[in-house]
Design a protein around this ligand. Structure first.
Ligand code: ADP
Ligand code: ASP
Ligand code: MG
Length: 408
């Protein structure tokens, strides 16, 4: 079998015929060099949102499995249209849906995790075709039902296929020329990184930089797939996401990320005794709701407040759950706030530099931005702030830490 190249194109890259022709130009490059190509496509820009909104018109709480059947159609449209166009251009290709590969996942509809990919079958199909156009975002569970892999999941489809086929590189084509020190659409000073380590990219993605889905980076790290993030619309090299190397350590902070998909929940006046946190967070985990930051205040007269954050889409379910558990948990009041966001600074170099947190707090103070919650890891500092200050905070932190530095 010839060399296999995996390329993924996001929604803006397939939004119309003209863009799809541009995609084909990118596919022709490895094809011309004698490789077989697996092209993983997202739904056309806006299509997944349109389908989700449609479901919400039909039901305030759509059945999760049916919702996956619905939203996965966005990718089916893209791969079929692309294959129609590419065949007209003389390319020996076919479209392949998630269940046809199959890409087998668990049954966590809406956020399914890939368990296995039938690489033999893909290789068999590649014997008859030069290009396979694989639908991103889609999986199939062991009951044969269609699943989806979470927003941005086509990145994960592509990296997982690359891992299954032991491809050395997975090219992720998007609407920006690579991974930047922060969102280039929010901060004009953002600089493109030539290289970034898996761990930093994981933190960037976890902290909201949606250029790569978190799980795609986890896969890449686990199976040692080098990811090349680059623009569909230019030939310039993008960003290589790979193992950490010595040069990366020299930069203290490699990026600033933000996540507006945050909601804050406070349980006021819970009893400060063993087992209370377990009784709050176990049922939340059982509902597969991800909790991010958690803060417990010092107790006063045997009672305390617990504040935590969840994704905005999970807020209503979390509040319903807490209300239902009120007799068991025994809190006095339940508060929530959807107008919060999280800003983070990330860098492997933070391991060897002290004072990053203090510097970040001073920068926020100088702009009069109040910090609601803080969380840290070895290579990251995150602050929850009022949503309306997100852009200001990103620019300020970027200016403070990255503005003057040489990166790359
Ligand atoms: P696609 O549809 O190609 O998957 P996405 O919209 O999911 O594209 O991701 C690309 C977007 O990610 C960019 O348009 C940019 O606004 C955003 N982004 C956020 N943080 C970063 C970052 N650090 N570097 C590059 N892009 C970023
Ligand atoms: N179409 C899906 C989404 O909009 C998956 C993807 O684009 O990666 O989230
Ligand atoms: Mg994406």
């Amino acid at each position: 079998m010839k060399n296999i190249v995996v390329q993924k194109f996001g929604g803006t890259s397939v939004r119309n015929l003209e863009c799809m022709r541009q995609v084909l130009q990118n596919v022709r490059r490895p094809l011309g060099a004698g490789s077989k190509v697996i092209v993983v496509l997202s739904a056309m820009a806006g299509e997944t949102n349109r389908l989700l909104a449609l479901a919400k018109e039909w039901s305030s709480c759509p059945d999760a499995a049916e919702l996956d059947s619905l939203v996965s159609t966005g990718e089916q449209i893209s791969v079929a249209l692309f294959a129609i166009m590419a065949k007209d251009e003389g390319i020996n290709c076919r479209s392949v849906l998630g269940f046809q590969v199959p890409i087998v996942s668990n049954d966590s509809y809406g956020k399914a995790r890939i368990g296995s990919i039938d690489s033999e079958k893909l290789i068999g199909m590649l014997e008859d075709h030069d290009v396979l156009v694989v639908a991103g975002f889609q999986g199939v569970d062991e009951h044969g039902r269609i699943t989806t892999l979470g927003r941005g999941g086509s990145d994960t489809s592509a990296v997982a296929v690359a891992a299954a086929l032991k491809a050395e590189v997975c090219e992720i084509y998007t609407d920006v020329p690579g991974v930047f020190t922060t969102d280039p659409n929010m901060c004009a000073e953002a600089k493109k990184l030539d290289r970034i380590s898996y761990d930093e990219m994981l933190e960037m993605a976890s902290m909201g930089a949606k250029v790569l889905q978190i799980r795609s980076v986890e896969f890449a790290k686990k199976y040692n797939v080098v990811v090349h993030v680059r623009s569909t619309f230019s030939d310039e090299p993008g960003t290589i996401v790979t193992q950490e190397d010595a040069n990366m350590e020299t930069v203290q902070v490699s990026g600033v990320a933000y996540d507006k998909d945050q909601a804050q929940v406070t349980l006021v006046g819970v009893l400060d005794e063993p087992g209370v946190c377990a009784s709050v967070f176990t049922p939340i985990a059982e509902k597969k709701i991800l909790v991010d930051m958690i803060v417990q205040n010092p107790s006063k007269e045997g009672r305390t407040d617990i504040t935590f954050t969840v994704g905005r889409a999970d807020l209503d379910a979390t509040l319903r759950l807490m209300e239902a558990l009120k007799p068991e948990i025994g809190f006095k009041a339940l508060l929530s706030d959807k107008s919060v966001s999280k800003v983070s600074v990330i860098g492997v170099g933070m391991r060897n530099h002290s004072g990053v947190a203090a510097q970040a707090f001073r920068a926020m103070r100088d702009e009069n931005i109040n910090i609601l919650m803080i969380s840290t890891s070895e290579i990251k500092l995150s602050c929850l702030i009022e949503d309306k200050y997100t852009e200001l905070a990103v620019r300020t932190l970027h200016q403070t830490f990255v503005g003057q530095e040489q990166v790359g």
